[in-house]
Design a protein around this ligand. Sequence first.
Ligand code: PMP
Length: 433
Amino acid sequence: MSAKLAQFGKRHIARGIGRSTELVIEKAKGTYVWSVEGKKYLDLTTGIGVTNTGHCHPTVVKAVQDQAANLSHGQVNIFFQKPMLDLIEGLKPKMPHPSLDTFFFWNSGSEAVEAAVKLARHATKKQNIIVFQGSYHGRTMGTMALTTSKTVYGKGFGPLMPGVHVCSYPYFQQWACHKADPTKFDAEWCGQEALHQLDLVLKQRSDPEDTAAILIEPVQGEGGYVVPPKNFITGLREICDKHNILLIFDEVQSGFGRTGKMFAVEHFGVRPDIMVMAKGIASGYPLSAIVSTKELMDTQPPGSMGGTYSGNAIACAAANATLQVFKDENILENCNARSEQFFSTLKAKIPALLPDNIKVDIRGLGLMIGIEFLDAPKGFATAVANEALDLDTIVLTTSIYETLRLIPPLNITKEETDLALEKIVASIEAAAK
Ligand code: PMP
């Protein structure tokens, strides 16, 4: 049945989407999804970092059902709606800095990134945006120009939005260090080198007086699950302060507990001027947001923001329930315990499974875990993902590198983590044969 339905999907759904499996699913619960044949799969993707509380968490389901029966659409350009006001109350104390207390809600991550860029340009009266190599900020007309993880996202769609300049993310430096000798890895040096690259961009390409904002993923997602050195992120803040440039953190994938803290910027102790949120915010319902200071946000005049579904009431109710689950179930605590379980086993087991010519870099924060196979033949990470699928386990790869990424729900249990590790180890072993 699945093959026939997949065939129908292929015929009638745009090919441009692209898909990593041909599974047709119709049910999901916690860490599992079921195909139309009733086959159960361990899902280590959470729909790309969205269902952080597990699929169909009962608290979220109940909140959505209740909200749907009460008020499904309270259009923001007409009303204040209660679930959004409740959500702001819930989010405010979780923000990485108390000055971040003014919100704008949208539907998707890309729309929120665009809203952040609009705000930065309008508030500073400057045009240029600096982004980083390997970044993913979306696929809409505006965000296409900001995304640099693969050419497919922009190729043939130009001219793209002007005023975007690309700087190196501290990936290459870390990669070079790791490849030469992982025991001599020097994070501080990597951060300094990447800051030097930024300095060059500001001197050679985009003068600070023309630069509205620096937009960065505090842990790079799609581009390879790269954790930047701390001095790089603190250095960005200093550069922005010095030149009156806004610092925008895109926490669409790294936010909402994914890295073991509510937001990844907390690992670096740096204040964003604007922060972008989506994905995990509402456990699977379309909701995104930007947050900034009242002063900055209110530089935009009434009417310049908004949209028909902006901050939809049901999605806001799902987000309120998500925050409740975080509290009730100590989600961050579980995330950190399971992270330790994943990293210790992966680091202990994977190197021995690989031939001498393939090195492995296992990196990430919390349950945002990347496994890069350095010098592996092209397609190796996909081969591992295919082996995993044969073992009824769904994992994703990233970007152009041979990198596997694991994004399980943050409430994955100890036993499910053991099972996931067993499947991943077996898949790597099979692909390496
Ligand atoms: N920013 C980041 C960091 C992302 O990971 C994504 C989605 N993968 C986006 C923006 C775009 O979000 P959306 O797909 O909801 O538009």
